[in-house]
Structures are given as structure tokens and as C-alpha cells.
Design a protein around this ligand. Structure first.
Ligand SMILES: [Zn+2]
Length: 286
């Protein structure tokens, strides 16, 4: 049995630009993206520096569209010893696609990321954790393309659209009879108030004592926490001019403190890639 103080947590980054945020009118047309100011390179550099200073490896789920435009950034991620994943090519919700559309987008992203990085894409995370009941074919497509693990499931119902799945890393059984390694996003189990706490806007918003309490609470059950952050989570200068007021607040809140929080978490706990954490979890399970 692993002591919680020795537990290895999963560190991950979804490498996308600020204009890849979901549900904002005008940002969903990818023909416009090249005309928008970009922050992905600058803040991924910052993320890589924080990881290097802490001597920690992470999983970088890269949007294929970003890999096509910033291939040297992907090469640097690989050079520094990190693990590559894909975060799709055009950052569309799985629930908005059919299986053929999903598979061709996935193939395009894998080709772009592997060409840029010169290393294999090992994992997948769906935009907005959007694999839901009824879209399990997405997991079958991952297996068909040789992708080893998924990190897309949100293990509680949110607006009726989560995925009822066990928390922590495990083998997910597919309808076709195969399995895929699954690392769901971490949830703070507070009954009806259960919530994410360890990534994106949640990590930005929540005070450090609450984040640590959550990590320790999951750790007491031998469950690693999955931290997931985006370059824009570090960007106090994220462009917000065209966003509705509510989204403007959600995009900027806490951005000035993200780096400091990450540095502190990396110092306090043990971290590795999603692939490493899953290897430990699924070997325990036999
Ligand atoms: Zn995303």
C-alpha cells in the first residue's frame, strides 16, 4: 500500500490558445484564428520553465492546430522529457462530432503533433472533457489509432452530462471487448457540492489551503490528483475585449497567482506524467 505522502500525482497541460475557449460567439470559426493575437508560445515557455526548475515531467495535450503553427514548441516539450498527448486538432467538443469526424480530426492532430515533436502521441484529452454517455466510440477510435490512454472523463454528472465512472486511474472496458487506460479528472467529493478543484479556472479561483485539502483528501484514499492547466491560465494579459462580461471575469480571475500556486504544488507533492500515474494505477489492479 502506498503512503499518501509517497503518492505520485499527474501533472498535465492542455496546450491551446486563449481563443480556443468554448462557447464564445465569434471564436468558434477556426478561419479567424490566424488573425488573432496569440499567447500560447509565451506562456507554454513559462510552463516549461516552471517544470524544468522543479525537475518535474508532465503530459502536454497539444491542440494539433497549435502544433502546425508552433512546431518548435512541441519539439521543446519532447526535448525536455515530457510526454505528448493530443487535445484534438480543432478543439471541438466530441459531442458535436460523429465518429468519422472525430476520427479524422484525431488523425490530423496526431500527424501534426508527431511531425513537430518527433515522438509518439500517447494520450488524449477531449476539449472540455466532452466524452459523454453515447460517445464511447471516441474511446474505440483512440485504441484503433494506437493511443494508449484517455484523460477525458468527468466522473460526476454535471448538468446531467458527466460520466459515471470510478475515480482514479483504471482500465475502462470498451463495448468492443478491449480496454483503454483511463485517468478521469479529479473531483473533490462533497456530495451534491462535488466539484473540480485542481485545474483551469477552478485552480485559479480556489485558495491554496482548499486545493491542498482536496489533494490530501483524495490522497488519503490513495487517489492521485490530476492537475490540468492551460497557457491562458497564466496570462494576466489574456485578451478579453470581445468577451461577454461573465466570460471576461472567468478568463482573468486568479491568472496573476497561477504560477505561484503551481510552483508551490510542485514543491509540496510528487508529480509525473499521466502515463506514469496510469502505469502505477493499472499495474496495482493487475
Ligand atoms: Zn481545451
Amino acid at each position: 500500500m502506498t503512503r499518501s505522502t509517497d503518492l505520485i500525482h499527474a501533472l498535465s497541460f492542455d496546450i491551446e490558445d486563449w481563443f480556443h475557449m468554448q462557447g464564445v460567439e465569434g471564436l468558434d470559426d477556426h478561419d479567424n484564428w490566424d488573425s488573432l493575437p496569440s499567447l500560447v508560445e509565451r506562456y507554454t515557455d513559462e510552463i516549461l520553465q516552471v517544470c524544468s526548475d522543479a525537475n518535474v515531467r508532465a503530459t502536454f495535450f497539444v491542440v494539433g492546430w497549435v502544433a502546425e503553427r508552433y512546431p518548435r514548441l512541441v519539439a521543446r516539450i519532447v526535448d525536455e522529457g515530457h510526454e505528448l498527448g493530443t487535445h484534438s486538432h480543432l478543439h471541438r467538443m466530441v459531442t458535436d462530432l460523429d465518429r468519422d469526424e472525430f476520427t479524422s480530426d484525431l488523425k490530423r492532430s496526431v500527424a501534426a503533433i508527431e511531425f513537430a515533436g518527433g515522438a509518439a502521441v500517447r494520450g488524449f484529452r477531449a476539449p472540455s472533457f466532452s466524452i459523454r454517455p453515447g460517445t464511447e466510440w471516441a474511446l474505440e477510435s483512440l485504441v484503433d489509432l494506437g493511443i494508449e490512454f484517455d484523460a477525458s472523463l468527468y466522473p460526476v454528472a454535471r448538468n446531467g452530462s458527466g460520466y459515471h465512472v470510478e475515480p482514479g486511474g483504471h482500465l475502462f472496458e470498451l463495448e468492443s471487448g478491449g480496454t483503454i487506460r483511463e485517468l478521469p479528472v479529479s473531483i473533490l467529493p462533497l456530495g451534491p457540492l462535488s466539484t473540480r478543484f485542481s485545474g483551469g479556472g477552478y485552480l485559479r479561483l480556489m485558495p491554496m489551503p482548499l486545493i491542498k485539502w482536496g489533494i490530501n483528501r483524495l490522497g488519503a484514499r490513495d487517489q492521485p490528483t490530476v492537475v490540468y492547466l492551460h497557457p491562458r491560465d497564466f496570462a494576466a494579459d489574456v485578451p478579453t475585449a470581445g468577451l461577454p462580461p461573465k466570460r471576461r471575469l472567468a478568463a482573468t480571475i486568479g491568472t496573476t497567482r497561477t504560477k505561484q500556486k503551481l510552483v508551490e504544488l510542485l514543491r509540496r507533492y510528487n508529480w509525473s506524467t499521466c502515463g506514469d500515474v496510469l502505469a502505477l494505477a493499472t499495474s496495482d489492479a493487475g
